[in-house]
Write a protein of this length. Structure first.
Length: 394
């Protein structure tokens, strides 16, 4: 009954954790949720008001398949203003979230058998997306001592005539690390010289603390032409449920992506697109408040692990995640998957949810999300410390 494509896909571990949290909460259990991958802020009022206005003014009919001209112009203005990038509306395709934009980009470029380099640790959906479009995901192991930021040295053993693309996430989910301009220039210049496309997932670009954010497409004209820039409003404007993402590419790719989308979904909700114009143009104060709050939480977590001294973390410079090294627990916990066991123990014994690193390809780590209240973060870390101390002293 099922296609090979459907039979071979793996369920999302992050969504599985969320479902388990909801199930336990429905049974009356109080769960501290440090697993969620969405902002704990509400969509800004001015954005919601614009969505309501769009409904009242009956902006509810079909629009252009690649997105309304107004929202594409707003995207272009944003990219120029914030990233120093020159795009025209015919280079933009507005999609139903960044995940949809990534899938469109893969469909437009990847032929069966083409290899796509995916640095490890990776966002859980990348390998599945590549496989769904007929590509071959090639997992590139990175090094903890480099903050899990991929290097040319990591990539070179995997390069061959089938290599078509690399997916780069900056800032990173799950590590929260951020590439410097020098790192990106060295990496991307060499990749483009080898005619490798770059899918640049920059969805967390606004959530950054210690580094200047550098958009990959801004590095050079050659890199610009070979880059599929992916972004959206789920993280920056706390619009996860609105489903607004976009791609920015050269005109040839944009036309292909728009054609693909026209047959699969047409365009995002016209209500979402109307509201997104405001989110793109007029939400700087809301974003700054979110980032300030995230940084306070980040700083607390870093101090916690530094003072505790039992486990390492990858110091996050962006996004709202901390990648915790649970390798020291391996000698005490004998399981097929260390990270799954630790996360199961935490949710069952200590009513606290993390995401197992195996979902990101790194089983000796777990991911903590600090898109949660400081109260929950402090209590969750307290419970985690108790669990780890008990395991190590057993």
């Amino acid at each position: 009954m099922l296609s090979n494509r459907a039979s071979n896909i793996s369920p999302s571990i992050t969504l599985g954790i969320s479902a388990k949290v909801k199930e336990l909460k429905s049974k009356g259990q109080a769960i501290i949720n440090l697993s969620i991958g969405e902002p704990d802020f509400l969509t800004p009022d001015k954005v919601k008001a614009e969505g309501i206005r769009a409904i009242k003014e009956n902006i509810t009919k079909y629009d252009a398949a690649s997105g309304s001209l107004k929202v594409k112009e707003a995207v272009c203005q944003k990219l120029k203003r914030e990233n120093g990038l020159d795009y025209t509306p015919d280079q933009i395709v507005v999609s139903n979230g960044a995940k949809h934009a990534i899938t469109n980009g893969l469909l437009a470029t990847i032929n069966p058998g083409d290899e796509v380099l995916i640095p490890v640790p990776y966002w859980v959906s990348y390998p599945e997306m590549v496989g769904l479009v007929g590509g071959v995901p090639v997992l590139v192991q990175t090094k903890k001592e480099n903050g899990f930021k991929v290097t040319l040295e990591d990539i070179e053993p995997h390069l061959n005539e089938k290599t078509k693309m690399i997916i780069l996430t900056n800032p990173s989910n799950p590590t929260g690390n951020v590439f410097s301009r020098e790192e990106l220039e060295n990496l991307c210049t060499n990749l483009v010289e080898k005619n490798i496309l770059i899918l640049a997932d920059e969805i967390y670009e606004k959530v950054i603390y210690d580094e200047e954010f550098v958009s990959i497409a801004s590095l050079s004209e050659e890199i610009y032409d070979k880059t599929i820039l992916i972004n959206g409003l789920s993280k920056s404007a706390s619009m996860t449920g609105w489903r607004m993402g976009y791609s920015a590419t050269n005109k040839t790719l944009a036309k292909a992506i728009g054609s693909i989308q026209s047959h699969l979904t047409t365009h995002p909700s016209t209500i979402t697109m109307a509201a997104s114009v405001v989110a793109l143009n007029d939400c700087e104060e809301d974003v700054n408040l979110m980032v300030k709050t995230y940084k306070e939480r980040r700083d607390y977590i870093e101090s916690f692990f530094k003072d505790w001294g039992r486990l390492d973390i990858i110091p996050p410079k962006g996004a709202f995640y901390v990648f915790i090294d649970i390798g020291p627990l391996a000698e005490k916990i004998k399981a097929d998957s260390l990270s799954l066991q630790v996360c199961d123990d935490m949710i069952e014994l200590h009513k606290t949810a993390f995401v197992p690193g195996i979902g990101f390809g790194q089983d000796d780590f777990i991911r903590l999300s600090y898109a949660a209240s400081m109260e929950d973060i402090k209590e969750g870390l307290k419970r985690f410390k108790t669990y780890v101390e008990n395991v190590l002293e057993d």
